[in-house]
Each structure stands twice: as structure tokens, then as C-alpha cells.
Ligand binder design. Sequence first.
Ligand SMILES: C[S@@+](CC[C@H](N)C(=O)[O-])C[C@H]1O[C@@H](n2cnc3c(N)ncnc32)[C@H](O)[C@@H]1O
Length: 333
Amino acid sequence: MSATINLEKKHFPVLLDELIKIISPRYSGTFLDCTFGQGGYSEKILENANNKVIAFDRDIIAKELSIKFKNIFKDRFYFNHKKFSEIKNINKKDIKAIIFDLGYSKEQVTDKEKGLSFNHKGKLNMKMGLNSFSAHDVINKLDKDELTRIFKFFGDEKDAKKISNSIIRKRNKSLINTEDLVDIINKEKKNYNFKINKSTKVFQSLRIFVNQEISELIKGLINAYELLPIDSYIVVVTFHSLEDKIVKFFFKNYSEDKRVSRYLPISQNTNKIFELINKKAIVPSADEIKKNPPSRSAKLRYAKKIKDGANFKEFLNEFKNLLEIENIGKKLC
Ligand SMILES: C[S@@+](CC[C@H](N)C(=O)[O-])C[C@H]1O[C@@H](n2cnc3c(N)ncnc32)[C@H](O)[C@@H]1O
């Protein structure tokens, strides 16, 4: 059955043709769409009548849209209003691929209430859904050093310290909203790069922190591995370098032959659990970037699971510092 879902502000699904080329040889089974969004990937996968989709999204708007999908695709489609760090206990032996399309849908970025952009005004927010605190709490409650770490490590912001100092000074007089934060950044920051807005990095770091994107991704990848049958795929589309670094490490580190112990037989003596089919990330064509400029920073990486029983100590250790910074958020819950 093929059906088209009509949406007013339709989000362009990024790298869709490339994704379908990778997963279509594995059609006739269940696909996990961990970031349903506006359903661009799910819709395309469901065009094949032998496929099922189990979708996840933390945003309530995605949940509302999923009802249209349910009405059309019936028992070939299930939606879970959950974070993808919670993809567990799905008893499905026929999962063919688990797909993550990170980042934000067009609808989320333009949603004034979510306040993801520095072009919006009013109270800071940035919650995607199912959050414990907002950007307002972060900017108005965390101390100078905590803010500096967030801006520096999640936004690679060179002037992190100056910006946090200025936030604390201003905060002593009144609460800080979106325009105040933009003002502070404009005053404190040198213009190193005229091509990007001065607020880009601080806003990116706040979005990552508020939505706990690092721990979400790390837990999501580990859970995806645990759920996946041998020979099935994990496919991830990332939108910023920090996300891509995590995904690249996850696939690369566990697709190389490394001796685990000199006492084990050769067949068991490796932590290689993935086969990397493409060593390099797949990026959008010039044509796609022309049609949809935000796709320019997208990178797709994927791998085939070849072995059970992985131990992810090295993975968790590699990103320990970032996980510790996200943990600061516990103070705000
Ligand atoms: C770029 S959009 C996905 C677009 C989708 N592939 C499509 O074609 O319409 C990313 C979506 O992932 C969701 N998302 C991001 N992080 C999530 C998480 N940790 N758990 C569940 N959903 C998440 C967002 O709410 C957003 O709807």
C-alpha cells in the first residue's frame, strides 16, 4: 500500500535516497525509526507493503502526526512517545535496521514556543519534549564554571568564560531571556567568523545540554546494538561534529580487530562487533544541498552487526568528560 501524508510545513528528509539504497536490500521486516519527526523516513519505508515500522520521538507534535500514519498503515506502524535512549524490550527477531536521524525537524526550529533559535524572543526554552529542565533554568541557575564548561565543550565556544561572566553579572539584576542572552553574546564575542552568527555556538551548546543529547545518543547506540539481530544495520545521520565524533568512534572502534586477551582462542579474541561497509561518511549531493541548505552539515554512517556480547567500556570512557558535563543537569531536575 502506498499513501502520501500531506503536511503544510513539510520537513525535507535528509539523505533519504542514500538511506533507502542502504536498507532496501533488507526489506520485508521491521525497521525502527528512532527519530520519527515528520515521518519522512517512515513513510518511504512503509511504501513497501512487506515492511513494518516501529517509531519513536520525544516531541508531542510527532506523536500527534503519528495518528495519521496509524490510520493509514494500521498494524504495520507503531509509535512510541519516548526518548530513543529507552528503546529496549522490543521482542522482534525480524528487525532489519535501526535508524537515527539526529537534529531537529524544520517544524521544531521554527516553533516559537520551543525557542531553539536565537531569532526568537522571550523566555528561553529549547525543550524538544520529555525534558526535566529548560534553557531558562540553565542560564538563570547554573554557576559560572558550569556555564563555561557547557559553552566550551558542547559549543566549542572560544569566549565561553567571558560570556558566562557577563551572564552572572546581568543575572544579579534580572532574569535573562533570549534577547538578553543574544545581547550578551554580541557584546562579549569577537567576530572570528563572519559567516556564522555570533550566537550559534552558545545556542547549540544549550540545545545539547537541555536535551541531554550526548547521553541520549550514547545510550541509544548501545541499546540499538543490544536489540539488533546479527546481520542487521544501525544507520545514523548526524548534524554536528560532536555527534559525528561519537558515532564515528562507536562504529570504527568496534569494527577493528583488536586482541582482547592472549588467553582466548583467535575466533573469540576480538572486540570486533561491526562490519563497516562504508569507511567514510556519506554526505548530501550538491543538488540536495541546493534544494535544502540545512542538509549541508549532515553525515550518514552505518554498520552491520556481526557479533553479540560487546562490552562498551572503552566507548563510555572516551566520552566520560561530556557525560559528566551533562550530569550537571541533575541539579536542575
Ligand atoms: C531531524 S528530525 C527527524 C526527521 C525525520 N527523519 C523525517 O524524515 O521527518 C529529528 C527528530 O528526532 C527527534 N529526537 C531527537 N532526539 C530524540 C531522542 N533522544 N529521542 C526521541 N526522539 C528524538 C526530534 O524530536 C525530531 O522530531
